[in-house]
Design a protein around this ligand. Structure first.
Ligand code: NAP
Length: 234
């Protein structure tokens, strides 16, 4: 049995990831900060609801307690919860706006990852999938042939670049855990007012593939940045 936690899974890519991993036999904790939305989503999918606000230390600690008391180990952690922060022009973005976005997209991942490490350590083949973005890639956002080159912003791209580095450093610090970061690609969700050009099924392809390493092998990739077509440049 593979026990999997997905943060921010009441809608969008997190919800679709939960749906597909349940289809592959995972036992899923569906994390959501809003109890009503989270419970509804969990009931629809046959997941267990886990109240979890990644910006709130107490909420994270309580979530660890709930998962721990239900069984002990966590095999897969998908750090999916994220916010766009409103796409404020670069020169108008303040440090406070940056801090707000980082609190979810970067510090939230550190909070959740650190807190769940003891439960991941109890798994035979633990896996962490961080949901990053091509907008966090210096190689992609400086390449004029890429669509991401035309999207400017400070907080969101910087937060996803930081998440890529967190992934690389966690992968080195945790040799027994497969730790990877994914670019879902531009996907129609509430994050972008449903303007994304991919379906959520396309958007979660790489997330699901990397999350489903658990139990299969401990030799899977780690410290890599991938999308549904393969390796992505940092
Ligand atoms: P979404 O539909 O807006 O979903 C975001 C999810 O994160 C929601 O469930 C939201 O909960 C949750 N969330 C936000 N702040 C949270 C917090 N403090 N604690 C717990 N949950 C929180 O957007 P999405 O497109 O599915 O985004 C999922 C991930 O994919 C994000 O990390 C995003 O940056 C990344 N991504 C998306 C795209 C794309 O094109 N869509 C591309 C690249 C990367 P509420 O419902 O309570 O707000």
């Amino acid at each position: 049995m593979t026990i999997t936690l997905i943060t921010g899974a009441n809608k969008g890519l997190g919800y679709e990831t939960a749906r597909q991993l349940i289809g592959r036999g995972h036992t899923v904790w569906l994390g959501a900060r809003d109890a009503e939305r989270g419970r509804t989503a969990a009931d629809e999918l046959g997941a267990s609801f886990l109240e979890l606000d990644v910006t709130d230390e107490e909420s994270v600690a309580e979530a660890v307690r709930v998962v721990g008391s239900a069984g002990g180990a966590l095999d897969v952690l998908v750090n999916n919860a994220g916010i766009a922060g409103g796409f404020v022009p670069v020169l108008e973005t303040t440090a406070d706006q940056l801090r707000h976005v980082f609190d979810t997209n970067v510090f939230g991942v550190v909070r959740v990852t650190q807190a769940f490490l003891p439960l991941l350590a109890a798994s035979e083949a633990p896996v962490i999938v961080n949901v990053g973005s091509g907008m966090g890639s210096l190689a992609i956002t400086t390449d004029p042939s890429r669509f991401e080159h035309s999207l400017t912003g400070l907080a969101y791209p910087a937060s996803k670049a930081a998440l890529s580095m967190l992934t690389s450093q966690y992968a080195k610090a945790l040799p027994n855990v497969r730790v990877n970061v994914v670019d879902p690609g531009y996907t129609a969700t509430d994050l972008n007012g449903k303007r994304g050009t991919q379906t959520v099924a396309e958007g979660v392809e790489a997330i699901v593939a990397l999350a489903d390493l658990a139990g299969a092998t401990v030799d899977g990739p780690t410290g890599s940045f991938r999308d549904r077509n393969g390796v992505v440049p940092w």
